[in-house]
Design a protein around this ligand. Structure first.
Ligand SMILES: Nc1ncnc2c1ncn2[C@@H]1O[C@H](COP(=O)(O)OP(=O)(O)OP(=O)(O)O)[C@@H](O)[C@H]1O
Ligand SMILES: [Mg+2]
Length: 238
């Protein structure tokens, strides 16, 4: 479904990704783990087209999409929930959600349905639909950010550290929401630093270090937390 083949990308002349290859199968839930500054967000940005791929390919449904502009990748049903729970603080919860459907604003009936399904998934957003998004708690902002991406009706959803800076109970809620999306058939790529949460829900993990995939393994095949942490925390060469 989504594939990266030897992707080299970065900012200006600085290379950050040094040949990243990943595979996210249709309906799968794949986690990309790694420490700060290892290239996780850069990987997601190269998938959605916010930065250009210098070498290698981003492939969606068998087609190389390197040259497809970012705004058109949304219509290819690719959507990202950015890091940092970004919302439009001065706008209401509902206005924020509607922004996610901006590119298909003529489909009024579909949009109303999608709004209802987001509210059904995140009941707290429904109660607070008229509230300014800036007044929401961290967990509610994350739900809003996910909800806004869902309004684009994606088939592939990329999530950038959705559990960051949230209380354990809220992390659980987010994890459940992600599993729920998976059961609806969405294909998910989850960037995380919360190894426990990622291993709980993902079926395959990659660990990125210094812009390179340092480790990959199917979850449930007796993946050893200490083995993973060794790669995750780095230090030795492998
Ligand atoms: N806009 C930018 N311009 C230049 N360099 C950048 C830019 N964004 C990120 N970088 C650099 O690219 C490297 C990888 O950053 P990236 O954001 O991909 O890390 P990350 O794995 O997402 O880290 P974190 O977990 O802290 O979000 C870092 O060294 C960072 O300083
Ligand atoms: Mg990041």
């Amino acid at each position: 479904m989504l594939k990266l083949e030897n992707v080299i990308a970065g900012y200006g002349r600085t290379r950050i990704l040094h040949g990243v290859s990943m595979n996210v199968p249709k309906g799968g839930l794949v986690a990309l783990l790694g420490g700060n500054g290892t290239g996780k967000s850069t990987t997601l940005k190269s998938i959605v087209g916010l930065i250009a791929v210098q070498e290698g390919d981003v492939i969606l449904d068998g087609k190389v999409i390197n040259a497809v502009p970012a705004e058109q990748r949304v219509s290819h049903r690719l959507s990202m929930v950015p890091q940092g729970k970004e919302v439009f603080g001065a706008m209401s919860v509902e206005e924020n959600l509607l922004m996610g459907a901006f590119h298909r604003r003529k489909d009024r009936r579909e949009i109303a349905e999608d709004l209802e399904s987001v509210y059904c998934r995140f009941k707290r957003l429904k109660d607070r639909r008229a509230v300014s998004a800036g007044l929401l708690s961290g967990g509610e902002r994350q739900m809003l950010s996910i909800g806004r991406s869902l309004m684009a009706r994606p088939s592939v959803l990329l999530l950038d550290e959705p559990s960051a800076a949230l209380a354990p109970r809220v992390v659980e809620e987010i994890a459940e929401a992600i599993l729920d999306l998976r059961s609806l058939g969405l294909t998910l790529l989850l960037v995380e630093q919360n190894v426990g949460m990622a291993l709980d829900i993902a079926d395959y993990v990659y660990v990125i270090r210094g812009g390179r995939i340092a480790y990959e393994r199917e979850v449930g095949s007796g993946i050893a937390m200490n083995e993973l942490q060794e790669f995750y925390l780095g230090g030795e060469k492998h």
